[in-house]
Design a binder for this molecule. Structure first.
Ligand SMILES: *Cc1c(COP(=O)(O)O)cnc(C)c1O
Length: 735
């Protein structure tokens, strides 16, 4: 659709600008802004606050406003305000590096689904001016972390909110900290608004990002607020968690938001519960509450606060759960908060620690794990709370992760009508199983995605090769170091692997016996590309060693297979690289040690594109495997008892699980390459579309969350929610 008349274009632009007392926003109409704000500030409180440390929603993978401008062929305007926004949204920066990995991407995907489904939600998170670290990779040194620079001021879809009383100034809120003598220091935050806007620009989810790195905050607050997951010291970690949790209520109050339900995406923001408990006590006992509250009063207040909180627990891995030394914590929180924490957050094993997971477990109306298998793990880890822990399996925002080529494909078949709005239509894929035009169209789209990935890699290899002569960085890839024309070929069987590099994910598993791997490839006598990416947290030394190991096997693997196998590492894993990889690979490799991967979502992104997984039976794959119809499984299927949760080297089952992977690889290669068998490979792809897209999307997941929230929805919204709830019930089946 294009609008040629200038006046029509100006009218379209005008309908994309909206104002309220906090600022001027681009992308939605005044009516939409009023509607969303009206929902969030209504006295009935029928809306949700989603609290999260990180949000991953880069604009280069999903950007409805930009798409709208492009569709309308609008490039500029004579109105200076419209022109500013048009240029910013078309050409401005597309990355918002306020995420570290899966947790943040899940948050972004969830909030996009909330917008698309019109479920009134507001998110609260932090704005990190130095983001998450950027990754350079040097062949000798391995991962090098560098600062990430970005300017929220120039980033489309982000707005600094104004102070309505003082429109020339930004709104600032005050968040008190207390030292060990209860002397108060105030931190201050400015509020940024980011909007996740629905495809039709008719709804959005606001995200309130608290920016503490401002002149009015003390140095030590500013310092702790800069980097996501700053773990230089235990102090900076405590401060960051308080910046999030203690900021929630002041931020909502400043904006008049009335949401009754609060959803904790992990326990990071659980400090909000302390503030709600104090509020309750104040209500009941007055300003003297600190001196007169009994333990029973506190526990009762906690019980009533719990009715407002829904908690998602994301990992069985110990490092994912915050535990802080009491004395240290005392340097930041009020004595009365210490008293609450003593009653509700004491660590069972180590009494000098506050355990924030234990706290979150106590103060909620519903806890959910992120897959069926993970529910079993969580029940074992927290037997006391098992009755209230249910499963809500994660998902991904399908419109974000389906490549352009696949989106064209899906849009061309009436069986998938309205797929953007309703992912359940993909169950119709069974009607296309034997449809020759669909099958060949699918293969073409896949080839297009593979070409895009391979040319991205080849451009990178060439760039690194040039850089080799210009900088001190040794290119991370062996292929950049040998000759110029040794690049990857499109169409070659490509295995993708991209994850945060932590030990339990075992990125190097497939290379643990190079001779065996080489033999499989040589026997087949067909080329194979391995494309890897991922960051290790800068403080995670074993994780960084894994990256080094991936780099170190490149040359050997290449030589042992006479160049048939090429292994490439792409530095700087982010959402754009993820999208290229999940759509352009031919198989998605997932090798965590069961049952440590609570869910995993990158494999779901591959499934959205019809790409089969080769995976251990961990996390979501225990639900997505469908007896082998959608891909392959390998590895020992251990139970989920405590003894299987160890992450030490000797318990990671490298030998057993690698042998099991090597046992299935010949069949995978054969099915892909043998023209007689190829149709079986494509069957698996189509089964992913049919069986996995309808389930592992965030629309379905959000619908299951809504069941835990028990909020009242508009009838049309409730209807879609219900349909999605009926399509899949994560908690139904026990694994
Ligand atoms: C999807 C995604 C992740 C999470 O992937 P997992 O499979 O859950 O580990 C991490 N980082 C980026 C950039 C992603 O897109």
């Amino acid at each position: 659709m294009s609008i040629h008349s200038i006046t029509d274009q100006e009218t379209a632009l005008k309908a994309m600008v909206a104002k309220n007392k906090w600022g001027t926003f681009f992308g939605v109409s005044q009516q939409t802004l009023n509607r969303v704000w009206g929902n969030l500030t209504a006295p009935d409180g029928n809306s949700v606050v989603y609290i999260t440390m990180e949000i991953g929603a880069d604009l280069d993978v999903f950007h409805p406003v930009q798409k709208h401008l492009r569709d309308l062929e609008i490039t500029d305007s004579t109105n200076s305000v419209f022109d500013h926004y048009t240029k910013l949204f078309l050409h401005g920066p597309q990355k918002i590096p306020n995420y570290g990995g899966g947790l943040g991407i899940l948050a972004g995907d969830t909030l996009k689904s909330m917008a698309e489904m019109k479920i009134p939600t507001v998110a609260v998170s932090l704005l990190y001016r130095k983001g998450y670290f950027s990754q350079l990779v040097d062949a000798q040194i391995g991962q090098i972390s560098t600062a990430t620079d970005w300017q929220p001021e120039n980033t489309p879809s982000l707005y600094l909110l104004k102070d309505p009383e003082n429109p020339d100034l930004p709104l600032e809120i005050e968040i008190p900290f207390f030292d060990d003598h209860d002397r108060k220091t105030s931190a201050y935050a400015r509020l940024w608004l980011k909007m996740e806007i629905s495809k039709n620009l008719d709804f959005f989810t606001p995200e309130i990002l608290l920016d503490y790195a401002i002149p009015s905050s003390p140095d030590w607050i500013r310092d702790a607020a800069q980097h996501l997951y700053d773990s230089r010291t235990a102090q900076s970690k405590i401060i960051q968690r308080r910046l999030l949790g203690a900021g929630v209520i002041p931020a909502l109050q400043a904006l008049g938001i009335t949401s009754h339900i609060l959803h904790l995406n992990e326990q990071h923001g659980v400090v909000v519960a302390l503030h709600l408990i104090v509020e309750k006590l104040k209500e009941k006992l007055g300003d003297e509450y600190q001196f007169i509250a009994t333990d029973d009063d506190i526990l009762q207040a906690a019980q009533s606060v719990a009715k407002r909180i829904v908690y998602t627990i994301h990992t069985p891995v110990k490092a994912g759960h915050d535990r802080f030394d009491q004395n240290l914590y005392n340097q930041f929180g009020h004595d009365f908060c210490q008293r609450i924490l003593h009653l509700l957050a004491l660590d069972e094993d180590e009494g000098h620690l506050f355990n924030f997971t234990a706290f979150a477990m106590r103060v909620n109306r519903a806890t959910n794990s992120v897959s069926r298998l993970h529910r079993g793990v969580t029940h074992k880890q927290f037997p006391e709370f098992a009755p209230k822990i249910t499963a809500i399996t994660n998902g991904v925002h399908h419109a974000t992760w389906i490549s352009d080529a696949k989106a064209d494909l899906y849009s061309n078949f009436k069986e998938f009508e309205h797929w953007q709005k309703n992912p359940l239509v993909f169950s119709n894929a069974h009607l296309l199983m034997d449809h020759q035009r669909f099958r060949s169209y699918f293969e073409q789209a896949w080839q297009q995605d593979n070409n895009a990935l391979i040319s991205h890699v080849n451009d990178m290899l060439l760039r690194h090769r040039k850089m080799m002569h210009e900088t001190w960085i040794d290119p991370p890839n062996y292929l950049s170091q040998i000759n110029d024309n040794n690049v990857l070929e499109p169409g070659v069987f490509t295995i993708g692997f991209a994850r945060r590099f932590s030990t339990y994910k075992r990125a190097d598993l497939i290379f643990s016996n190079l001779d065996t791997l080489a033999k499989i490839i040589n026997n087949q006598n067909k080329p194979v590309n391995f494309i890897f990416a991922g960051k290790a947290h800068p403080a995670d030394e074993p994780g960084k060693r894994l990256i080094q190991q991936i780099l170190d096997v490149q040359e050997d693997l290449y030589k042992k297979t006479n160049g048939l196998a090429k292994l490439v590492f792409i530095p700087g894993y982010d959402m754009l690289i993820a999208k290229l990889m999940v759509s352009g690979s031919h198989a998605w490799l997932n090798s965590p040690k069961r049952p440590l991967e609570a869910s995993g979502t990158s494999g779901m992104k591959a499934a959205m594109n019809g790409v089969p997984n080769i995976s251990t039976m961990d996390g979501w794959w225990a639900e997505g495997y469908h007896g082998g119809q959608t891909g392959w499984k390998f590895g020992i299927e251990t139970d989920v008892s405590e003894s299987c949760l160890s992450e030490t080297e000797s318990t990671l089952l490298y030998e057993e699980d690698a042998a099991s992977l090597y046992a299935i690889l010949p069949e995978v290669l054969n099915t892909f390459y043998d023209s007689e068998l190829r149709h079986l490979y494509i069957d698996r792809c189509i089964k992913n579309i049919e069986l996995n897209i309808p389930t592992f999307n965030t629309h379905r997941m959000a619908a299951e969350y809504v069941d835990r929230y028990e909020i009242k929805l508009q009838p049309a919204v409730a209807k879609q929610v219900k349909a999605l709830q009926q399509a899949y019930i994560s908690n139904d089946i026990d694994l």
